[in-house]
Design a protein around this ligand. Structure first.
Ligand code: AHG
Ligand code: MN
Ligand code: MN
Ligand code: MN
Length: 323
């Protein structure tokens, strides 16, 4: 079995980037350990404070954020970071070259009910002279990402990673603290019979999304001509992992409740990294109108509508929104 470091040395001819990915994994292994211990480590429950998103933080949101933040601050190549749980960007080494944007704990509403959560990260190249305390330094299109990945804290702890040459999966062996290659260059099937969307928001969707989902639910009798199964885990990392493994489509679409926010998910540390992983695996990632990785970034916490997964199904959703 190939260790993560061996794989990266072959696939990623950028030793500084490899060191950042390995450093991130040190923090994520610690997160995995604390998530595994749960109540025994006193990490469950609410942190009794809200983040910049206006979300009530879980204790584990804050713990995961601090573990990653302190780890990044020790890494020479890291110039700055942006996190779901930090209102502003945080400067690291002024002579560093990479910017790391992350969602320290995705799906954290599931932590107290012992359902899979994860960490999502996106790595950008900073330009010399860019100020790591300025938001504008981080506002690069998704296609500028030099690496993206997530760590899934589930029955197994997995790392799913792309440095621009395919999407690859690794499994953590907790007995030795090493990630081993599980699947190289995964490919998402182009068609699917599984869709993931939070149906309780149906009345807030655009009419085009309401029409698509109602046609989905008509099964064989409907215009899509096949029966679909619905999934919803409320952890994006778990949904995208299922899709990378066996296909499917995941949607968190525009929602009329907040007209100036085109959905719940954040572009810079959820939409873009997941889009890179999905596209590198032959899938598609759209706002229902444009590729997510072509969306113009305007703020580090900006929201984006998300439709991603099996290429043919994403094309169908885009077609419904073009008519
Ligand atoms: P986070 O826990 O990082 O705030 O993200 C949660 C996101 C995403 O993981 C998931 O797909 C979505 O929120 C679930 O939203 P609902 O709770 O509205 O279903
Ligand atoms: Mn959150
Ligand atoms: Mn999230
Ligand atoms: Mn989060």
């Amino acid at each position: 079995m190939q260790r993560l470091r061996t794989f990266l040395d072959h696939h990623c001819n950028n030793p500084a980037l490899v060191s950042v990915i390995e450093g991130l994994m040190v923090a994520c292994k610690d997160i995995a350990y604390k998530v595994q211990l749960g109540s025994l480590a006193g990490v469950l429950g609410s942190a009794e404070q809200d983040n910049i998103q206006g979300e009530r933080q879980k204790k584990m949101d804050v713990i995961a954020n601090d573990l990653i933040k302190y780890s990044l601050q020790t890494m020479q190549p890291v110039k700055g970071m942006a996190s779901e749980e930090e209102a502003d960007p945080v400067a690291c080494n002024p002579d560093g070259e990479f910017l790391v944007l992350f969602d320290p704990l995705d799906g954290s509403s599931n932590i107290d009910v012992n359902v899979t959560v994860g960490t999502i990260f996106s790595i950008l190249q900073s330009n010399p002279g860019d100020d790591p305390t300025h938001e504008s330094t981080y506002l690069q299109h998704g296609r500028e990402q030099i690496a993206a990945g997530y760590v899934l804290y589930g029955p197994s702890t997995l790392l799913v990673l792309s440095t621009g040459n395919g999407t690859h999966m690794f499994t953590l062996d907790p007995r030795v603290g090493e990630f081993y290659l599980q699947r190289e260059s995964v490919k998402i099937p182009a068609t699917t019979k599984e869709f993931a969307i939070n149906m309780s928001n149906q009345r807030f969707w655009l009419p085009e999304m309401q029409k698509y989902v109602s046609d989905l639910l008509r099964g064989e009798e409907g215009p899509l001509g096949k029966r679909f199964n619905m999934r919803w885990i409320a952890s994006m990392v778990a949904e995208i992992h299922r899709i990378l493994t066996r296909g499917g489509i995941f949607m968190y679409p525009y929602d009329s409740r907040e007209p100036n926010k085109p959905g719940k998910l954040r572009l810079m540390y959820e939409g873009n990294p997941m889009s890179m992983l999905v596209e590198q695996a032959g899938g598609k990632a759209s706002t229902a109108y444009d590729d997510i990785m072509d969306v113009e970034p305007t703020s580090i916490h900006q929201r984006v509508s998300v439709v991603m997964g099996s290429a043919d199904e994403v094309d169908t959703v885009v077609r419904y929104h073009a008519s």
